[in-house]
Design a protein around this ligand. Structure first.
Ligand code: RUB
Length: 323
């Protein structure tokens, strides 16, 4: 490997990484698109003078993005897609390959979301009510496609503590003309009797069909199963976690306690431990269907699609921490 310095990380890439870490950019699909675009910006403006320096700089840029949030596999899958297509004998060729791959990735992202929306919409009938959790662009794409087909839908939207992403969902559903009822998370079971589907997204899907999504999804799914309400997960294939094929587990992000409780209230309560996991794992037996752009799957058979798309091994083309 060349000893030539890898050069600086682009300020825009650093700012994208910061925005992902602080959740200004959030949601698995949106994070993936932003990461691919950040790599393209790094490539476009790179001042690397040799192909080796360029490649090292891009792999370091990938690492910087990778280190922001651990749970949504769409992020490493985006980095994989772009960095595995980085080829060429000159800086100019390498640059073009990265910019083209990033563009191809974001095009696929948009297409996959609208294709899965059309498939998911087939599960929704005119007059149905869905219950949502968090804010998922893949899930909302199903609702949007159904509305475009002329179906009238209603939604019960869980606010989704501690960050209240349900407010974003409520606003976007209203813009689509969907009738929205906003509830606190603990009211979910009370309203399950009034809904026809639970509709959520995913940050990662493991090889056994487990769905990793916003904290509270698993409790909602267990309650929905008990009430006989089908649970539909809308997740494009970049949410499939290839490393789980070889037995790895998905890391659940723990976030700052300040999202749960402010300093003053905490002091008033006294000495307590505050825990703030961002995601949880819903076992496949509580999921009725995973809707992807390649069709709808029972969770137990998602492993076949995962093997087809990723093979048995998942490369890590970003730099390792000590490089
Ligand atoms: C977001 C979340 C979403 C998935 C899917 O968590 O759990 O349900 O990311 O979203 P956070 P999408 O707000 O912590 O990022 O369908 O848009 O990829």
């Amino acid at each position: 490997m060349s000893n030539e310095p890898a050069g600086r990380l682009h300020p825009e890439l650093q700012s994208t990484a910061e925005s992902i870490a602080t959740m200004e950019i959030r949601g698995a699909a949106t994070i993936a698109g932003a990461a691919a675009e950040a790599l393209a910006t790094q490539a476009r403006d790179s001042e690397a003078e040799s192909p080796a320096a360029f490649e090292r700089q891009l792999r370091r840029a990938g690492r910087h993005l990778y280190d922001t949030r651990p749970t949504a596999v769409s992020l490493p899958n985006a980095l994989r897609y772009v960095l595995e297509r980085m080829t060429g004998d000159s800086v100019a060729e390498l640059r073009t390959s990265v910019v083209d791959a990033a563009e191809a990735f974001t095009d696929r992202l948009d297409r996959a979301q609208s294709d899965l929306g059309e498939i998911g919409a087939n599960r929704l009938r005119d007059g149905d009510t869905v219950m949502t959790h968090c804010h998922s662009t893949d899930a909302l794409s199903c609702v949007e496609a159904a509305v475009d087909q002329g179906k009238e839908l209603s939604a019960v939207v869980k606010e989704t503590r501690p960050r209240n992403q349900g407010h974003i969902t409520a606003e976007e559903l209203r813009e689509m003309g969907v009738d929205v009822t906003l509830i606190v998370d603990s009211a979910a079971r009370r309203y399950l009797d009034e809904v026809d589907h639970v509709l959520v997204g995913a940050d990662s899907i493991a090889a056994d069909g487990s769905v990793i999504n916003k904290i509270g999804t698993s409790g909602l799914a267990v309650n929905a199963r008990e009430r006989g309400v089908p649970i539909m997960v809308a997740a494009q294939t970049i949410k499939l976690h290839p490393e789980t094929l070889t037995g790895q587990t998905v890391e659940i992000e723990m976030r700052d306690e300040s999202e749960v409780i402010d300093e003053t209230t905490r002091e008033e309560i006294g000495d307590v431990t505050v825990r703030n996991p961002a995601f949880d794992v819903t076992p496949p037996r509580y999921v009725d269907a995973i809707v992807t752009e390649s069709g709808q799957f029972p969770p137990e058979s998602i492993v076949t699609l995962m093997r087809e798309l990723f093979g048995e091994s998942a490369a890590r083309p970003w730099a390792e921490a000590d490089e």
